[in-house]
Design a protein around this ligand. Structure first.
Ligand SMILES: C[S@@+](CC[C@H](N)C(=O)[O-])C[C@H]1O[C@@H](n2cnc3c(N)ncnc32)[C@H](O)[C@@H]1O
Length: 232
């Protein structure tokens, strides 16, 4: 695979590349993501999707499933993978890499991928804005409901075409304003209260993808969630 210049994984199977200095001024940010993973998954399913995203949880995974189950023998990067929720839909012939800044969530992803017989698998504690991979390393990249939480989301999107191989695809899902009135109302309040969350529109995402050299195509919506595929 492409991580031969990275350190060895630790006892939890996680490769840690963030320098100690990264943690010094990021206490608030990391506290936010260092949530108990079980609470986190429950919270996503029963609170965030229905009441904040105004989305149907089953439809969310149906859309992702329809895009993911057909992938075979691909080198896949899951950006901001959290607890690794998408691995359930991936064929074992693929190589899976999950990257996230939260060690706690990665630990749960580690348990989740243990039982999956991927051709190769790795988990890395790193930043989406600075992917530790060479150009053209992956055939497929996924970022499930995370762009709005990544501090420099523009840089994170710009990194994708660099590490994506020519002909490869980026599958994204992100809450956006302008597609569901009920979501827009609640999102305005969420963004006012939680300064670290971005309020993005479909045009914001489309234009950064296109500026970065990715072809953008919407594949569906679900409440305030936008699903899109971008090809290099
Ligand atoms: C709403 S969660 C989505 C997690 C997962 N993709 C899922 O669908 O369950 C957002 C994730 O973004 C991660 N995150 C936030 N900022 C990040 C960054 N700069 N680089 C990598 N991951 C980041 C958080 O740790 C968290 O796991």
């Amino acid at each position: 695979m492409n991580n031969n210049e990275l350190p060895d994984p630790d006892e939890n199977g996680i490769i840690r590349i963030l320098p100690i200095s990264f943690f010094a001024d990021k206490k608030q940010l990391l506290r936010k993501f260092n949530i108990n993973p079980h609470i986190y998954d429950f919270f996503q399913e029963h609170i965030v999707r229905p009441f904040i995203h105004k989305a149907n949880y089953n439809r969310h995974y149906e859309i992702l499933k329809s895009e993911l189950t057909m992938l075979k023998n691909k080198n896949i990067l899951d950006i901001a993978c959290g607890t690794g929720s998408i691995v359930t839909y991936l064929d074992p012939s693929n190589c899976y890499t999950g990257l996230d800044i939260s060690y706690k969530l990665l630990k749960n992803a580690s348990k989740r991928i243990k039982s999956r017989k991927f051709k190769e698998k790795s988990l890395i504690q790193g930043k989406a804005e600075n992917l530790p991979y060479k150009n053209n390393s992956f055939d497929f990249i996924c970022c499930n409901t995370a762009l709005h939480m990544i501090p420099d989301y523009k840089k994170a999107i710009q990194e994708i075409p660099r590490v994506l191989d020519t002909g490869g695809s980026f599958l994204g899902c992100c809450p956006v304003t302008g597609i569901d009135n009920k979501f827009d109302k609640i999102w305005k309040k969420v963004v006012q209260k939680r300064k670290m969350i971005h309020s993005l529109s479909e045009d914001d995402i489309k234009s950064i993808c296109e500026i970065s050299g990715l072809k953008y195509k919407q594949i569906g919506t679900n409440g305030g969630l936008l699903y899109f595929r971008s090809e290099k």
